[in-house]
Design a protein around this ligand. Structure first.
Ligand SMILES: [Fe+2]
Length: 447
């Protein structure tokens, strides 16, 4: 038993250390001026992110009776939305209250790092690791990973406003050599056929999953086809050029209202210069690359495109079966390519690939699914047509985390180039409101 506990604590410790370091690395190239701005009501100031994730660990330690001495730092502004922790700063106001200050946030992080490591040592020595402690600490690590990705959305959104091409977020690390290796493979676009029948969707394994991926349960699927790659910028340009944003026939009513009200005529961040669609990203300003997956589109845009293409968006069960079912093994796998512990650079484009943009459609031969779908994990989140609801038999493991959001949101699957590799798997469920498009969301179609 002690041996098992040691291994779990060892894993938790290394995961914790790795996650905390990556957050620091993402943050450290920002100036103080850039660290305290809330670029959009959708997002948060980077300084808030790094303090808030620390506050989350803080709450976990308090739950288990740890004593903390933090009287000198004002932590009143760090509760995102937990009614159970009382005072909540409205999300829109995060940029108006830059407290803790940046130096205090960094100090707070250091202090909590020490406290969490001491707590882990203590539970290891005393053999007192319960399933609940384990889940809470894993959750806190995963929560910080989610905020790493949200921070990257904020960097894109914030720096895009400066017209100077070089005035952008400067990542602490860029791996352009991986991209050259991976992107030399092109795959012809096609749809793959998936047989129907009963499919058991949801997480099935011993490693971590969120409570909303459980329990796995049977669903019935009719035979369907699904795109083998995400929809590319080139595909989406055809939709635009054929008047996609001008014809109400393609749009859901709420989506059409938004197109009219905000004059949407392209994905977020695109602009036209000398008749060429351009965008500013982490590499400065350049022309839209037709071979990359389309990104920063809302559910409404994905759905309109699908209607224009005479297809539809897949349900989340269809998406999950295409990613996870292995007909030869007669079982699901955690990743499209199998059950390996963690995705590598060869499998998928995730945050630790440090590419900072999606790879070409049809990349990552090693990462394709049994049915031949590419990039189900990494590159771009994929909208599905499913509402975010809790699975039958759902049991909350940490109230207000995944449960109370199960209303008026659509499920996205698969992760993006900004998703940490320890976070994503076939059964992972992300959710956003249908009009939102600051997240790195694309899609593939089904029929
Ligand atoms: Fe959070």
């Amino acid at each position: 038993m002690t041996k098992v506990i040691n291994k779990v604590v060892e894993d938790l410790t290394s995961e914790f250390t790795e996650v905390r370091k990556l957050t620091d690395d993402l943050f450290k190239t920002l100036s103080i001026e850039d660290a305290v701005i809330q670029s959009d009501p959708f997002g948060s100031p980077p300084n808030w992110h790094i303090a808030h994730v620390t506050w989350f660990f803080h709450k976990i330690l308090l739950k288990y009776g740890e004593k903390l001495n933090l009287e000198n730092i004002n932590l009143d502004y760090l509760n995102s939305y937990y009614q159970k922790f009382e005072k909540i700063l409205p999300k829109n106001d995060r940029g108006k209250f830059p407290r803790p200050t940046v130096s205090e946030s960094l100090q707070y992080r250091k202090y909590l790092d020490k406290k969490v490591l001491l707590f882990l040592e203590k539970i290891e020595v005393s053999d007192s690791l319960t399933k609940e402690i384990q889940y809470d600490l894993r959750l806190a690590n995963q929560h910080e990973m989610q905020h790493q990705e949200l921070m990257v959305y904020d960097f894109q959104n914030y720096f895009e406003r400066f017209s100077d091409s070089n005035d952008t977020y400067h990542p602490f690390k860029i791996n352009d050599d991986i991209e050259k290796k991976i992107q030399n493979k092109r795959h012809s676009k096609e749809m793959v056929k998936i047989p129907g029948g009963i499919f058991e969707m949801g997480f099935c394994g011993d490693s971590f999953s969120y409570d909303n991926e459980l329990p796995d349960h049977k669903v019935y699927l009719y035979p369907y086809e699904i795109d083998s790659t995400p929809v590319s910028n080139g595909d989406f340009l055809n939709f635009i050029e054929e008047g996609g944003y001008e014809k109400y026939e393609y749009w859901l009513s709420d989506g059409w209202d938004i197109v009219q009200e905000f004059n949407w005529n392209s994905p977020l961040y695109w602009f036209k210069k000398d008749d060429v669609w351009m965008k500013k990203d982490f590499f400065g300003i350049s022309a839209i690359n037709p071979d990359q997956p389309v990104i920063n589109v809302s559910y409404y845009e994905a759905d309109a495109y699908a209607r224009w293409a005479k297809k539809r968006l897949p349900t989340e069960a269809e998406w999950e079966k295409a990613a996870s079912w292995n007909e030869d093994l007669k079982r699901k796998t955690i990743y499209p390519w199998g059950n390996e512990t963690l995705p590598t650079h060869e499998h998928a484009n995730l945050l630790e690939s440090f590419l900072w943009r999606p790879s070409f459609c049809g990349s990552y031969e090693e990462g394709k699914s049994f049915y031949g779908c590419y990039q189900m994990i990494g590159d771009v989140w994929e909208w599905t047509s499913s509402e975010y609801t809790l699975y039958p038999g759902f049991k909350s493991r940490f109230s207000e985390y995944t449960d109370k959001w199960a209303i008026n949101q659509k499920v996205l699957r698969g992760g993006s180039f900004a998703t940490p590799r320890r976070q994503i798997r076939n059964s992972y469920r992300n959710y956003f409101k249908p009009h939102e498009r600051i997240q790195f969301s694309g899609f593939r179609c089904a029929k």
